[in-house]
Design a protein around this ligand. Structure first.
Ligand code: ZN
Ligand code: ZN
Length: 257
């Protein structure tokens, strides 16, 4: 099983400037399947750039209806369905992405929803496909339907916070995570509504105690300062190996199973 980051930037300004790429990440060879999570702008191009075939995606997970998370969803659905010629693949996404919520979305057209299997995922919902189960986790974010993911394969847990601010039950949502991937937008004391700071991530990592914690979705201020300085500190303070993902970073997950 392999985890690869096709982007590690997040938020409006990191996305617009492409200080870091914004293609989301892939989990490959999990129960024979490939999963693309949060295909932001560039997901298609970065797939090819890093040698991944977008036609080999089996599941597309989209946490919410902000462009840095959904932008390339439709074109990846075209890839997944072999140019919309086959009924194949499974899209699992927030209500806003599939149906729209207030001013947001829907971000996948009816046409693109016509070939793959479509599931709306809400926090607490569990969707099973053979040996993989995907559970929605709670968030507190600008898109009220935003959902994080717990991807469980035979008891091995990959958790993704999606965009959320810190709240006390967040650790419960991600309890048991082996790999904890957090969307962390900034460092420093000042809070930012709807997002995690490095301080919040430290708290979460400390409570969850995963085998490894990975920061992604880094905002401009964090990118321009030193994300690695932050992860060194989190590692020291929590005892959990914590890294800041870089564009293209590939990890063999078998070592953690
Ligand atoms: Zn975001
Ligand atoms: Zn967002």
């Amino acid at each position: 099983m392999k985890l690869q980051f096709l982007g590690t930037g997040g938020g409006r300004f990191a996305t617009i400037s492409q200080k870091r790429m914004t293609g989301g990440f892939r989990i490959d060879e999990i129960d024979g399947k490939n999963i693309h999570v949060d295909p932001g702008p560039g997901a298609l191009v970065r797939s090819h750039q890093f040698g991944l075939n977008p036609r080999k995606i089996n599941m597309l997970l989209v946490s919410h209806c902000h462009t840095d998370h959904y932008n390339d969803a439709e074109v990846l659905i075209e890839a997944m369905t072999q140019g919309m010629t086959k009924r194949t693949g499974h899209v699992i996404a927030s209500d806003s992405v599939i149906n729209g919520a207030g001013e947001l979305g829907p971000s996948i057209s009816k046409y693109h929803q016509s070939k793959p299997e479509i599931s709306v995922l809400k926090p607490g919902d569990v969707i099973k496909e053979k040996n993989i189960s995907i559970r929605g986790t709670k968030t507190n974010h600008g898109d009220p339907t935003c959902v994080g993911f717990n991807i469980n394969y035979k008891g091995f847990n990959i958790n993704y916070t999606a965009d959320t601010e810190y709240f006390p039950e967040l650790a419960e949502e991600h309890a048991g995570a082996d790999i904890l991937i957090g969307c962390v937008i900034k460092e420093g004391e000042r809070r930012i509504k709807g997002h995690l700071r490095t301080l919040d991530f430290e708290e979460l990592v400390n409570e969850v105690q995963p085998q490894i914690a990975i920061m992604t979705h880094l905002g401009v201020n964090l990118i321009m300062n030193n994300p690695f300085k932050n992860t060194r500190l989190i590692t020291k303070n929590t005892g959990v190996r914590t890294i800041a993902a870089t564009d293209g970073l590939t990890m063999n997950l078998d070592q953690f199973m």
